[in-house]
Design a protein around this ligand. Structure first.
Ligand code: SF4
Length: 391
């Protein structure tokens, strides 16, 4: 029997997710002589600038399925897993298609990784990007605009072109569309989560990190249409938000486990970079200034950006839970993830003060045992259903 169009999209995304060789990227590069790809590490990178240089933006999110042989030699044991698998991917030549790599100022681990990258690949364009971490959005925008223009010039040199304003405006327009369709998918899942299982949404988002935005949008729109028309029936599940998985990604098995334990995930911060800016970027005027201003005026509140309001972290979970009509919050961060785990006590305190039930656990991208997560998430869901408060 031929799979449904929706199943075909999920199969397509699954194949990309499981492919350690980045075949879709290699095929894109081979399709036209002279094409180049630029990688970016989590959490946020300006894909518009990469795209405007004619290059393919490729998200490097680590991989829990790869056996770590060389990656451990680069890092001490008490840090997260992501840099090990990224080094392993690089050392095994699986990332040999990259002509450039952008490392955002997410944490010290990513900073150190950018330094190692320069040692491993001395001929590659590598940029450690300082995201604007200031309380004053005007100053922050000026700073980020300058940084964007430095990256624009650097990537232009790699691509052998000048990235003009018109190219950058066109790329901004395309990524506005990408953000819009992602927003629609997330909105549908929040409203009718039984129509958009998070394991499928996640696979689709993951494919979007390595295929051209035009390809992603075709697939995402087709999936959205199929999901809207789905006759899947609602199940008796608890609506939860997943918080803390913005960088190292949980294994797919963990996402499935949480949902199958009786939860509907109605908001998350998986692959948070593609939802970092919450507004469309204006396409008229100076494009770098527009990107910078939109960033400083609409970036999501997250553990990797400075929060000037001391009460901001305490009220954030209440705001997100209200927006998603969530019954509870699952704090689910990578082991040893400094930004997520430093914020967790403040976020949890604020959530519990507002009467929102919470649980917390840690994972590694290569976690393979999910029984303890199933028990925790299942008990959490049941207790909310029975008593409305698991705390
Ligand atoms: S998982 Fe956390 S600590 Fe590790 S690289 Fe990402 S942000 Fe940094």
């Amino acid at each position: 029997m031929t799979p449904s169009p929706r199943a075909q999209i999920v199969d397509w995304a699954t194949e990309i997710y499981e492919d350690l060789e980045f075949t879709v990227v290699r095929e894109w590069l081979d399709a036209q002589p002279g094409r180049k790809a630029a990688g970016f590490l989590p959490v946020y990178a300006p894909k518009e600038v990469i795209h405007a240089a004619g290059m393919l933006p490729v998200g490097i999110h680590g991989n829990g399925a790869i056996e770590i042989i060389r990656g451990d030699a680069y890092y001490q044991s008490y840090i997260c897993h992501l840099p090990r698998s990224v080094v392993e991917l690089a050392e095994s030549n699986r990332l040999d298609f990259l002509s450039a790599a952008l490392f955002p100022s997410t944490c010290d681990v990513i900073r150190n990784l950018s330094g190692m990258w320069q040692i491993m690949f001395p001929d590659m364009y590598v940029r450690y990007m300082h995201l604007p971490q200031v309380a004053d959005p005007v100053l922050g925008a000026q700073f980020w605009q300058r940084e964007l223009n430095v990256i624009r010039e650097g990537l232009g040199q790699v691509a052998g072109t000048t990235v003009g304003d018109d190219q950058l405006r066109a790329s901004i327009g395309i990524y506005n569309e990408v953000r819009e369709v992602i927003g629609q998918l997330y909105a549908l899942r929040s409203k009718q989560p039984w129509k958009v299982p998070t394991e499928e949404l996640y696979l689709l988002m993951r494919a979007g990190e390595v295929v051209a935005p035009e390809v992603f949008m075709d697939q995402a729109r087709a999936y959205l249409a199929a999901a809207e028309n789905s006759d899947e029936r609602i199940k008796d599940r608890t609506r939860v938000i997943i918080v803390g998985s913005f960088c190292e990604q949980p294994p797919l098995g963990l996402i499935k486990t949480i949902e199958r334990a009786g939860c509907y995930i109605v908001d998350d911060d998986f692959l948070a970079g593609n939802r970092f800016m919450t507004k469309a970027v204006p396409t008229a005027g100076d494009p770098a200034a527009n990107l910078a201003t939109t960033f400083t005026s609409s970036a999501v509140k997250t553990s990797v950006l400075y929060e000037p309001d001391p009460k901001g972290k305490k009220s954030l979970m209440q705001e997100r839970a209200a927006a998603a009509r969530a019954d509870g919050i699952i704090f689910c961060a990578a082991s040893f993830c400094d930004p997520a785990l430093l914020d967790r006590p403040m976020l949890r305190e604020g959530a519990e003060a507002a009467g929102i039930p919470c649980i917390a656990f840690k994972f590694a991208e290569n976690s393979g045992q999910f029984q303890q997560f199933r028990e925790q998430a299942g008990t959490f869901s049941d207790s909310i259903k029975l008593w409305g408060d698991a705390s």
